[in-house]
Design a protein around this ligand. Structure first.
Ligand code: AMP
Ligand code: MG
Length: 722
């Protein structure tokens, strides 16, 4: 593939109107077009910063980044009239001065966008991370200028050359940082709505910890741009800033994010992708060192840019058909809007999930039904995602329905963790007292979210069924009686529920099986492998308190010849000693040896390895006959079992380093990102068994970062306040 011509961020091509969310979904009434939004920014900017319940047809609200300390501290200018009658105006003036309203941009851009800056908002901004892999995969046509040089060479240890990157003027990099820090905004205001452009936040609702929570929405996420992938115009990527200030969905919160939580999301999204698990991606991390954020203590603000084809969640559907007659305190109850549900569903089915085999007719004509297929496709994708979580010991921590992507992407990295010592009951979120989102509960809570999706779409599915599998038309729900609604809802649910559960379970089981076979270096899938090999192995890990990841990595070096009967090797002593040594090396992978019954562990391991050995031998013929089979399997297993895992202790250490000193810390961050993006590499000279004093400091530090860390950090629960 040829390398695409690179352009600065603000000049990226925009998608076709038919592929653009804001041109197909319904905006908040108070600013129904970019032009109207512009007006609001000038004259009533508080509209987009005040928390409110949006009207039932709303899918999104135009809103521009504006990271400010919150609560806003509005100080009148000298001589300003502060009498009560003028206070509302004072607030608007104060906010307007901070909105990005000044067009200082001299660049003529072919996409029609214009870059705007704030007049009265000082905002020092410092790039601390940029993801090479996110860039490569999603935005290969983005020119980041000298941003990587500025970040310095990724390193865990001090650079012996002691060279500090010098900052020089570089327009592409400056534009990147101006926009992705939420300082400058790209807007195009034209009479023709199709040509106009403004950033937006999505409205959604959701069930949090199993309870209906009403309107939530992007309280601190603002999508600023979408651009087609240069080699596939059908595939567009949306850029979303997290932590760039308040939106109408912020409720009482500040719309900001802190360095700590932003680093966690930035690293993990790329780590998950490297493990092959569907996820939103990371692009950049920019700290706002002079913007204080109050959490348990005062911290500094940070803006993360994440990238995905779509950020629509299951909660986006729930907000359009919320549970009825529910006694509800807090966020606010909403009315359903079934027409808005149809508009969202059609757009998601056609442009986001790209459902196959459906004839989409233009508005006014009957096309094929899509409701059932949308639910099933989301189920397949989410099933694959959660199977990936289970196979790689990832725990999300807060699988509320508003945090479940319609595309089955891992989204909203909060108090997540990778498993250390294997414990299926592990809870990584310290606010989750009952373990609703514990490791073993994950598949069933994702299924719960999918059931909520079906419930939201069920009246439409029932109506499609009544039409003989045709799509419902615009205005389909206009005069619908309550009885009709109830009937269709029941029919829709009855029609799809069992199929939904089966599809989810089958897909999840199949993907989990596939991944575990890969981790065990097995090529053929026997249906009894799960009961004979995989479950006994995870029980063994749990019982003997073994580290999940290093055990799998160690198993790559296992050879059936180690357990060969003395008769076949003819050398009883050496074979037995080698087998014992291998078993000991596995047993050593516990951080709590004092808790382990070593006698039993040895017997259990030997029994399991004998079975594993037979199973490996049974598929010898499936490997390349010209090369050593053990070596081939070892290589395959090393490519499936990470050497480096983004553990809690690693995250805590990187965070501390960045917080202490940004310049040196961001190099450590860059190196950890590299390790997370190539997790299967033998980091830290894994195969070099010579004395450590001949390895250089950087390699030794890599080796430490691949370790399971100190005892007190194992199973560390992260604070939820992000
Ligand atoms: P989460 O648990 O991060 O998925 O957030 C749940 C809801 O709270 C979503 O609507 C978020 O947008 C919103 N939210 C979380 N943190 C903040 C914040 N600091 N400012 C504004 N809204 C927030
Ligand atoms: Mg969320």
């Amino acid at each position: 593939m040829s390398t695409p011509t690179k352009v600065p961020l603000g000049s990226l091509p925009l998608p076709l109107s038919s592929h653009t969310l804001t041109k197909n979904l319904t905006p908040d009434r108070t600013a129904a077009s970019p032009k109207a939004f512009r007006q609001v920014q000038h004259s009533q900017p508080s509209t987009q910063r005040r928390a409110r319940l949006l009207s039932p047809e709303t899918h999104f609200s135009y809103v521009a980044p504006n990271p400010l300390p919150f609560p806003f501290k509005i100080v009148p200018e000298e001589g300003e009239d502060v009498s009560p009658a003028n206070q509302a105006e004072l607030i608007e003036r104060w906010l307007a001065a901070r909105e990005a309203l000044q067009e200082k941009d001299i660049t003529e851009r072919s996409n029609g966008l214009r870059l705007h800056f704030p007049a009265g908002r000082e905002q020092p901004r410092e790039l601390i991370g940029l993801s090479e892999t996110g860039l490569r995969d999603c935005l290969p046509h983005l020119d980041v200028g000298d941003a990587f040089d500025l970040l310095g060479l990724p390193r865990l240890t001090k650079d012996p050359t002691n060279e500090e990157p010098q900052e020089t003027e570089n327009p592409a990099r400056r534009e990147l940082i101006d926009i992705l820090s939420g300082y400058a905004t790209l807007i195009n205001v034209e009479e023709d709505v199709d040509k106009s452009w403004a950033p937006w936040s999505l409205r959604y609702s959701g069930h949090q910890f199993g309870t209906w929570a009403g309107q939530l929405g992007d309280g601190r996420a603002i999508s600023i741009l979408a651009t087609p992938h240069p080699s596939n115009a059908e595939l567009t990527y949306e850029l979303q800033l997290k932590g760039a200030g308040r939106t109408p969905f912020s409720r009482g919160a500040d719309g900001l994010a802190v360095v700590r939580s932003s680093i966690r999301e930035f690293l993990c999204a790329e780590a998950m992708h490297a493990l092959g698990i569907p996820t939103t991606r990371s692009l950049s991390l920019i700290s706002l060192p002079e913007l204080p954020v109050l959490r348990e203590r005062i911290e500094r603000a940070c803006v993360l840019t994440r990238v995905a084809p779509s950020f629509i969640r299951i909660g986006s559907f729930e907000s359009l058909n919320p549970p009825e007659s529910m006694f509800f305190l807090g966020g606010g109850q909403q009315e359903k809007d079934l027409e808005a549900l149809r508009i969202l569903g059609k757009w998601v089915g056609r442009r986001v999930l790209k459902l196959e085999g459906i004839k989409w007719r233009e508005e006014g004509q009957a096309g094929d039904a899509w409701g059932r297929q949308l639910v099933l496709e989301s189920a397949r994708r989410n099933a694959k995602m959660v199977a990936g979580w289970q196979a790689y010991g990832f725990m999300h921590g807060v699988i509320n329905t508003d945090n479940v992507s319609i595309m089955g992407l891992t989204i909203d990295y909060g108090p997540y963790a990778f498993m250390d010592v294997f414990n299926p009951y592990h809870i990584c979120n310290h606010s989750d007292g009952e373990g609703r989102y514990s490791y073993q509960a994950q598949p069933s809570v994702v299924m719960y979210a999918l059931r909520s999706l079906l419930t939201s779409l069920s009246p439409l599915i029932g109506a499609e069924n009544a039409l003989g599998n045709k799509a419902v038309s615009p205005g389909w729900a206009k005069d619908m009686s309550d009885e009709q609604f109830a009937e269709w809802r029941k029919q829709g649910n009855d029609l799809v529920l069992a199929e939904l559960e089966d599809t989810f379970q089958d897909t999840c089981a199949e993907e989990y099986r596939r991944l575990m076979h890969k981790r065990l270096g097995l090529r053929r899938i026997d249906l009894d492998d799960e009961s004979k090999l995989i479950r006994p192995l995870t029980s063994l890990l749990a019982e003997h308190r073994l580290d999940f990841h290093s055990t799998f990595r160690r198993l790559a070096y296992f050879k059936p010849s180690l357990v060969d009967s003395p008769a076949s090797t003819g050398n009883l002593e050496s074979s037995k000693a080698d087998f014992d040594a291998f078993v000991e090396s596995l047993m050593a992978l516990t951080p709590e040896p004092q808790m382990v019954d070593t006698f039993k562990a040895k017997i259990d391991w030997k029994k399991w390895l004998e079975k594993y050995s037979e199973r490996i031998e049974s598929e010898k013929g499936l490997w390349d006959a010209d090369e050593d089979v053990d070596l081939q399997r070892e290589r395959a297993m090393r490519d499936a079992n990470p050497r480096f895992v983004l553990r809690q202790w690693v995250l805590e250490e990187v965070i501390k380093k960045v917080e202490q000193d940004t310049k040196s810390g961001r190099r450590v961050l860059g190196k950890v990102l590299q390790m997370a993006c190539s997790p299967f590499e033998p980091w830290g000279a894994e195969d070099n068994l010579s004395p450590t004093d001949i390895l250089d400091d950087e390699v030794l530090e890599e080796r430490r970062y691949c370790g399971i860390g100190e005892q007190q950090m194992l199973g560390f629960q992260c604070s939820c306040s992000s």
